[in-house]
Design a protein around this ligand. Sequence first.
Ligand SMILES: [Zn+2]
Length: 437
Amino acid sequence: MIHLWCINKSHDYLGMEIQEIKSKLTLAVVLNYYHLKPDKNLRLNCPFHKDKTPSLQLYYKTHTCFCFSSNCKTHGKAMDVIDFIMYKESCTKHEAIMKAKEMIGGGTSKPMKELSKTVILTKIFTYFKNGVHNSKPTKAYLESRCLDFTKTEVGYNSGQFHYKLSGGDGAIKEYVRCGLLLELGTNSRFGKPAYKPFGKHCIVFPLRNHKEEIVSLYFRSIHNDKKQRHFYLKGREGLYPKYPTTATKKLILTESIIDAASLIEQAKIKSQYEILSLYGTNGLTEEHQKAIKKIKDLEEIIFFLNGDTPGIKAVEKYAPMLKGMLPDTKITSVEVPEGEDVNSLLQSHSAEILSHLIETRKEYDFLFSSEKSNEKEKVEIPQKQEEKIKEKPITKGLDTSNPYNLKYSSNIASYQIKGFRISQPDSLKITLQITAQ
Ligand SMILES: [Zn+2]
């Protein structure tokens, strides 16, 4: 009799625990833990039977999945996160619960700090991704930047996550530790601790480690606040979009994450080049260097930085550094029209201009640049970068100093005709921009 009572009690306890785990552990986190990536239709090649076509359907709303194959040992039964772990580990339910706790961040068998940060950021990024669908201003902003959220993994932070996501006080502590929430002392009206969400009203991009796990986030304000537009979580690490594969032959470096995303969306470019974002003109970090060094037979590094003085100076600083690191690798640079960058070109021209500029890139001239000053700049990355406001001197009359951007200024308005050199003379694409004075 006593024995029976014990079993019942532990059963109830377990039931509560399962509910708590389910409220904290998303299916996306479990999949990420096992390095499983669903396709566009949220399907996977089922890991529980020999599966040539993706038969496992995922349901992110309910955090369950279902295998449609009749050859599957799970067949006919929907799986929740704990069932999934149980099948994946071939273990008992109790062991699966322990493993689930570890994924949430309470376990001890893995280095806790790294695991839980990845888990938290993966969970919150999934939440941010859903936020794009519900926000009209975000969709409009992405459209204005020529970014397609069905192609690019991007989220939106409305600043409500700490109210909307479950997890209680424990989760709040985790958000504070990861830098997602900033402590603001105590709320004077209720005497409770007050928090400010980091990167509110920003679009969000994930930064990944060498295992392609999310280890940090980059936020970009959708409002054009001139003071501050770019935010990285404290303790920035990881690369965007990910570490280049070791089989990479040609690697394009961009100045910003949005520039990298803009290039990756172009199927033709993506098929020919691996793309990696720097974190601004001072942002070729040690982590970038390590990742680049790991590529075995890297043939070429292509700088595709902004067409302005900081962009040009960054190439002058980093090209010799990379050449010293990889003497057999060709270093080239894309000639970017003055005042433009990858994303601005995409906004004002058809996408072909990007391929065209890449194809006409030039080998970096080390002889020419070594004649210039050899000032040693600190390769240090500010945590928060501020976009510099480009100030262009206005030349009255016709300015032909940049053949791809003809300018004419009068007292009433200024006109810019932006075009680009094309190999076939049967078409010419130009953009006319008129700014009233
Ligand atoms: Zn299956």
